[in-house]
Design a protein around this ligand. Structure first.
Ligand SMILES: O=c1ccn([C@H]2C[C@H](O)[C@@H](COP(=O)(O)OP(=O)(O)OP(=O)(O)O)O2)c(=O)[nH]1
Ligand SMILES: [Mg+2]
Length: 169
């Protein structure tokens, strides 16, 4: 693995492009992923495996999908709110970052946040949703002092500086 910092570049032999998501089913017995409604942000993806998650357990789950995110875009794998609400299912790293050019299998690191009940996922269940968004690939430039970052109304204040949660400690 190279430790050289990456700089944005056009990807050699880039396939697809803005306006079209190329999808390959590594597991052709699963359906093509689709949006629940035409205007939905996320494309629902299926589990390629049966998975049982005990409370607190996690599992890197295959989707049987490979995609081509074009340069200047990112795939973001989000949990589904219905499963989160009903069962406590989420993802360890949410949203998962799918880099432009990553053509391996999309995986979802599922976690059971329910404190008591196991969750049983079946192959073919829709477990997460993939969004595609534009990203800025700005070069990174170091400055020598915080002052060079410029003034702002917030400045260094954070972590609850605007209040609203005193009752919670
Ligand atoms: O939920 C996820 C997150 C990532 N990936 C794949 C696509 C992504 O492009 C690659 C690397 O992800 P990330 O950059 O988040 O992980 P890393 O730990 O930094 O790995 P790397 O050193 O390969 O960048 O793993 C998934 O399939 N699902
Ligand atoms: Mg990475």
């Amino acid at each position: 693995m190279s430790e050289t910092p990456a700089t944005p570049s056009s990807t050699p032999s880039a396939a697809g492009g803005p306006g079209e998501l190329l999808v390959h089913r590594l597991d052709p017995e699963l359906p093509m992923p689709v949006r629940g409604h035409a205007d939905d942000a996320g494309i629902d993806v299926y589990s390629a495996e049966d998975v049982s998650l005990q409370p607190g357990a996690r599992h890197l789950t295959g989707t049987g999908l490979a995609v081509r995110i074009p340069p200047g875009f990112v795939g973001l794998m989000h949990p589904r709110s219905g499963l989160a609400h009903k069962a406590g299912l989420s993802m360890v790293n949410t949203p998962g970052t799918i880099d432009a050019g990553y053509t391996g299998e999309l995986k979802v690191n599922l976690i059971n946040h329910d404190p008591a009940e196991p969750i049983h996922i079946r192959r073919g269940d829709r477990i997460a949703q993939l969004l595609v968004q534009r990203v800025e690939l700005w070069p990174v430039r170091e400055v020598e002092s915080v002052a060079e970052l410029g003034e702002s109304a917030r400045g260094a204040k954070g972590f609850g500086s605007t209040g609203g949660h005193d009752r919670l400690g």
